[in-house]
Design a binder for this molecule. Structure first.
Ligand code: SF4
Length: 242
């Protein structure tokens, strides 16, 4: 095994053990940040380019759990009122513009599509409908909630490359072909060369009470706006006109 891979493997194994001890979302994020940095140091070809915000645009606004949303919500509530007003305006615009796509995406998240054909068709529709979408938290190509951004955003993008049944890696769409060719060239150590996305996901799932909602971030946002304020209460029938 090459020394660089060896070093990463030991860091991944350290991170794996650390994940067994976590008891809140912030702890999981610390592990993700650590191992994502280590992975980028080992595989320079996946380092984010300065000023690039490609993974915040297009098809997939990140879908997140209640525990992750709660963490973001506290942060939003501490922002100055003028910033909150802008977030509310953006959230309403987004929900109005992409209403049907968001509902379709939620059906996918909830597992309502029965056949592979339905799933493929839904993704086709979503890629078209959301081609020009940008995350409502993206401000001048920078993340407006960077310190509390969700796990998927920390793990280098929102596009999932499935390596095998057990190993998946999040990346951004422009990097997928580079990952694919990198993975093709690996011999015998594919599993350990990738970040622990599947484990993060399980741990975040465990930190959420059973049967709690998983939804895309714009849905969490729009359902936590009451009048002109960001609310800690969920409103299942939000006002979306701007
Ligand atoms: S939360 Fe931040 S990093 Fe994640 S998609 Fe939105 S703007 Fe990008």
């Amino acid at each position: 095994m090459e020394p660089v891979v060896e070093g990463l493997a030991s860091n991944i194994s350290q991170a794996y053990h650390a994940l067994k001890e976590v008891n809140c979302v912030e702890d999981v994020y610390d592990v993700i940040d650590f191992i994502s940095d280590e992975t980028r140091n080992s595989y320079k070809h996946i380092v984010c380019k300065v000023g690039c915000s490609d993974c915040c645009k297009g098809l997939h606004p990140p879908y997140i759990t209640a525990a992750e949303w709660e963490y973001i919500l506290y942060y939003l509530n501490d922002l100055p009122k003028v910033v909150q007003d802008e977030i509310i305006r953006r959230a309403r615009w987004y929900a109005q513009e992409y209403r049907d796509a968001l509902l379709l995406q939620q059906d996918l998240i909830d597992g309502k599509m029965q056949s592979q054909q339905e799933i493929d068709q839904a993704y086709k529709t979503l890629s078209k409908a959301m081609a020009d979408a940008t995350c409502p938290f993206l401000v001048i190509d920078r993340c407006g909630i960077y310190p509390v951004r969700p796990a998927k955003c920390r793990a280098h993008g929102n596009y999932l490359v499935k390596v095998n049944e057990k190993v998946r890696v999040h990346t951004c769409l422009p990097q997928v072909s580079e990952w694919e060719s990198y993975i093709d060239n690996q011999e015998g150590n594919r599993g350990i060369t990738l970040p622990l996305w599947n484990v993060y996901e399980q741990v975040i799932g465990i930190l959420n009470p059973p049967n709690t909602l998983v939804a895309s971030m714009p849905i969490w946002l729009i359902t936590h706006i009451k009048g002109n304020t960001i609310s800690t209460e969920l409103d299942s029938n939000p006002y979306i006109a701007i």
